[in-house]
Every structure is written in structure tokens, then in C-alpha cells.
Design a protein around this ligand. Sequence first.
Ligand code: NAD
Length: 249
Amino acid sequence: MRVANKVTLITGGAHGMGAAMASLFAREGASVVVADVLEKEGRELAAALAQSGARAEFLPLDVSREPDWREVMAALMARHGRLDVLVNNAGVSGALPDRMGVEDFDRIMAVNARGTFLGLKYGVEAMRQGGGGSIVNISSISGLVGQAFVHMGYNGAKAAIHVMSKAAAVQFGREGIRVNSVHPGYMPPMRTSVTSADPALRERLMASIPLGRSGRPEEVASAVLFLASDEASYITGAELAVDGGFLAG
Ligand code: NAD
């Protein structure tokens, strides 16, 4: 068991890659808290994991709302007394038809950048009480390069996640808190993706990936598990691309 008994909070854990992370961490012995705006899916996933013998629960959370973070952390600390791992994974897509929408910019920033900042703020506060922990922030290849079909607010938010991870690694390392970012490449489209869900575009995108295929949520979950676990005890402030070689091209 690679994360045995680690109290692990996964934001956006009800669907997609977050759900794959929740399943993998549960299998590897963690006590998993799935937090999401999708209540029904989140509760069902936590119940299914608990049914299979794992420790899992759901807490409602909109990562862009500070009062939600206070409530989630109060509930988590009351129940577990500590937080060992936080995965700031919740996000909305920038694959939108209008790449210059101002409201879209604000929404993407609120969820992806502000949501991760709030996660860092409240995650660090909770981890201090237990003497340390590991935070994994889900950025993207979009945090490192531009893409023709992506709203630049998404690139900006994912770049903010990338550098905030380094800032947090520098600021909180002495307190035993490690912070790293994971940068998935082309994965199954997000619930909120519009343009990147188009099969013709996806086929063109595949040509730019050395491994020649899109990634699987489990492949990102494995990278997150490694960084969260004690196997990565001397790794902080690093970025790990899980992109089939896209950024190498
Ligand atoms: P997804 O849409 O399947 O899952 C995102 C999850 O976040 C959902 O469960 C959703 O309900 C939740 N969420 C959205 N807004 C929220 C909010 N305000 N508060 C709490 N939860 C919220 O997408 P995914 O592909 O699993 O994406 C997971 C992460 O990976 C995101 O941060 C995304 O930006 C990033 N990413 C995705 C891809 C891709 O191609 N799918 C590539 C690189 C990075």
C-alpha cells in the first residue's frame, strides 16, 4: 500500500481524472475525501469505494468559494484530525468556441487559479497541524505552451498553478510540506470542453503526440500517487508532464 492511512482530499474527485485518482488512492490504502460541486456523482463514487472496503467519503465543495473551503476543512479536521495529501484537481475547460469571452476568462480564473490558491491556503493550514504533507496541483501542458483552440485564460490559469506550486514549495518546505505540479496532455475531454471534444480536431491533435494516442485518466492518477507518496520525499517544486511526449516535440 503506497499511501496507507494517508488522509487525502481530492478536489474535483467526482468525475474524470479526479475520480481515477480517488479510486487509485483508495486501493493504495488512503482515507479518501472526494470534494466536488457534483454531489450525486461524488456521493455515489464514495459509496462505491466504501463498499469495496476502502475508506472514502464525499464533501460538497465549490473550490472558488472561500466559505466552502472553511467548511470542508473544519469537517475533515473534526473527523480525521489531519490532512496528509491534497490534490487540487478541480477545473473547468478552456476549449471554448469564443476564445476571447471575458466572462469565460473570469470563470476559468475563479475555478482554476483562485480555486487552487484557496486549496493551497487551507491545505497548508491543515497540514501544519499534522507536521507536514504533500500537495499535488493539476496544471496542464496548457500551463507551459499556448494552443490554437484554447481560451488564453485557461493557459494563464494553468501557468498560475504551475508557478504558485513553486512558490508554495519554497515557502512551506521548512514545514515539511511538499508541493508539485502535474501537467497532463491530451486526455479524454473535460465535462466542460466544447471544441476539444470534436473528433476531427482530436484526430489532428493526436499527430502531435510522440506516443500517438491520448492519455488515460489512470496514467495521470499514477503520477499523482507517486508525488503524493513518501516515495517522492525529496521532490518538491517539480513539474511532471504526463503528456505522451507532447512537450518534447
Ligand atoms: P472533468 O471535467 O472530467 O473533471 C473536472 C471535475 O472538477 C468535475 O468533477 C467537476 O465537477 C469538478 N469541478 C468543476 N468546477 C468545480 C468547482 N468550482 N469546485 C469543485 N469542483 C469542480 O475534467 P478532467 O479531465 O478530469 O480534468 C481534471 C483536471 O485536469 C482539471 O484541472 C483540468 O484542467 C486538468 N486537465 C485536463 C486535461 C484534459 O484533456 N481532460 C488536460 C490537462 C489538464
